[in-house]
Design a protein. Sequence first.
Length: 900
Amino acid sequence: MTHVNRWMRHLSILTHLFFLMRNLLSTALVATIAIFFACTPKTGSKITAIPTHPLEPAAWDSMGKPVIGDDLDDTAPLEYTLQEPAGISLDSLPPYNSSHTFEVDLIHTKIEISFDWAKKRANGKATLTMRPWFYATDKVTLDAKNFDILSVTFDGKTEQLKYNYNKEALTIQLGKVYTRTEEFKIAITYTAKPDERDSYGGSDAITSDKGLYFINADGSDKNKPQQIWTQGETESNSFWMPTVDKPNERCTQEMYITVDDKFKTLSNGLLISSKKNSDGSRTDYWKMDKPHAPYLFMMAIGDFAIVHDKWRGIDVDYYVEPKFEPYARDIYPYTTEMLEFFSNKLNYPYPWPKFSQVVVRDYVSGAMENTTAVIFGEFMQHTKRELMDVGRINEKVVAHEMFHQWFGDLVTTESWANLTLNEGFANYSEYLWLEQKHGRDVADDHLMTEQQGYLVSASGGGHPLIHYGYNSREDMFDSHSYNKGGCILHMLRQLVGDEAFFTSLNRYLKKNEYSDVEADELRQAFEDVTGQDWKWFFNQWFFASGHPSIDISYDWDETAKKASVHIMQMQTGEGAPQIFNLPLAVDIYDNNGKAERQEIRMTKRSQSFVFDAASKPALINADAAKALLCEKVDHHTQEEWAFQFRHAPLFFDRWEALQGLQENKAELTTQVSKEALKDKSAIIRLKALGGFEPDDIRIQAEVEDMAVNDPDHQVRAMCIGTLAIVGDKKYIPIFEKGISDELPYSVVSASLEGLLKTDPAAAARVAKTLEKDESDAFTEVLSSLYADSPSLENLPFFEKKLATIDGFPSFPFLANYQKFLLGLNDDALLSQGVEQMKAIALNLNTSQWRRFATTKAIADIRNAMQANGRTEMAASFEKIITAIKENETDALLKSYYDGF
Ligand SMILES: [Zn+2]
């Protein structure tokens, strides 16, 4: 699954990130609201990033003896502090979420299903082929959540079997004892009622795991297509089919999906036939003849345009809403190229019979790797021009879900405790793809974001990466399983070398294909291939908590001609190793910029490493590979940082050098920052720009030039935005040049802001033209412009947008709308506007984004009325807010409303 919650380092692109929903919608909403209101991404001030550069294959022995150092014969075992779960007395076992214990093995699933849109129910018949797993049994227990069970028989028989059903588990008496060599087939007829959870005690807070979703079921929302789709992970497909809903189960599958003939369907495997029925409906028959886990089963039904590609003879299909058909290949960029790349890199061809991708409405996650049929949220679906501002998000998510087809679908985590065996790999595939397609700098920038995402989250507490003690399996979908898992694979790759890394992955896939895995199986694959013991690595990174926190300082002994590096491990976190076994590459630079590499291994809490050097090194780069996942304080001087920026080879080197310099506003900082404006990496150029005040005349010429000529439009938009803040009329030609249909929305928006400062009349004319654009990309800048000088002629713009605005853009838009309404100074119009917002806030069929943003706007208006002494009006708006709160069923939104 992809959760999308990548930290945005640049607020200029924040508005384009509303679609980054990493996790369930409610979580995305929390995160977005946090960003919207609090708004500064946290990065530890001393976390000068972390990692990379391929180390040579390890030359150390497996006991962790340092090759260079002052204590070569230290072979004391590493110390670990085991986590003591809070609240557990010493004579009790700690919480342990085991893998599923099998009673029977599900071999084949056949589902015949149709839908009742009005009641949001599915009518199904499941025919399940099973046999006892090992021990003989006379009963079988299936996951089947909130069904009405209509009939349970052996397949082809009419005699009803005895069963117990408690709305979650269906236990069927088989009437005799079956042994593990005896297959049997059970047919179950049922009605699935995913929207009627109260009947078994479900809470409103967990409606997002209902498995089967009807979108705009009654067709009342004219702005939204009607769709049905499923979301199985973690154990939710048992809301629409009886199954053994566990990740360590696998079976083959047939789906007979009956729908109105106007809809398209998508499911796993191949579409074998499509048959029209006498009642005007149509039955599509999908067949998946390779086994996979039940949580990877899927259906998507709706009015889709399908664009076809082929790769090595298999169908590659892109499902989009019809108006996005021209952009289907842009929405799922590089799909066939990635299939080729990953197949070759793993030396294991894509293992399934087709590859389809579909975007659905109101999706509850970012994306999901259902075998052969990936589902994505709407954040993917844009026009080609909009996608110019989206950056590489689409290709990263496509890569992530595609890599899951191997890591997750072909080999599947045995239990949710081992989730990183799915998500760590999918996460790391984003790095692999970026490195391949766009180069090391781009990939390293991505890695740095992943590292920081983990480190920020870990500052609030952590757990072992392989985590049997979780409270809820949903908690496993965090920045440990994803970010940390990916970062650890990257470290492992640096340690073993590329060839060993990918050979080991191939071995792991081949040995475990079509089966479940746990972390030890990964370790064994690496040990088989490299001939080395990797327990020390897996113990500290996979099975312990935390990460190293290191402090690095340097010395030079002129008399002895010795340079030294002192490293201290400072980590104190609960469950974290007090001493990590840390192999590091140290680059020692002479004054000419020539580096000599030394490999060291740290095995003590505090350790010094001494090197011969003819003269004082210009720089010692103690973590030269930049692969280590850690917090780091590096005591370089300003001169050493400048040297590192100019001579060290990696993106990380330049980033952390610039960071180190920017902490001091010295002349050297300005010099290096000016050089950084010409860096080959757009991210470094942006970081350099961020170190200057907008009106800093020392870089005025550079900014003017970059505003027009920088090859990266994000840099260009930032430079134009900088000139807009300065607001000098001499920049009008630059702003005018930035307003073009050919340019990304971000550049045009920044240019409009500049024009507004320097030539308001021209800006107003341009605004009227931009209003015609169908995209919401200009909504924020236009609504802000109109809210600043409220005029009745712009009311229709707000009313029109209010009808359709959704997702993250709802927030700035509604903030501007309430400001605009207040600015009109017309009580009747204000009340009318509030009534419109109230209607949206009360409509539980509309999205949480719209409900939240409208309620917040009404609350802001009430506050303004109160502040102006308009108590009667304030009281009437207060009543509306109370009514909205009472009507709201979402616990999270209710809790936010309590704060209004
Ligand atoms: Zn994933």
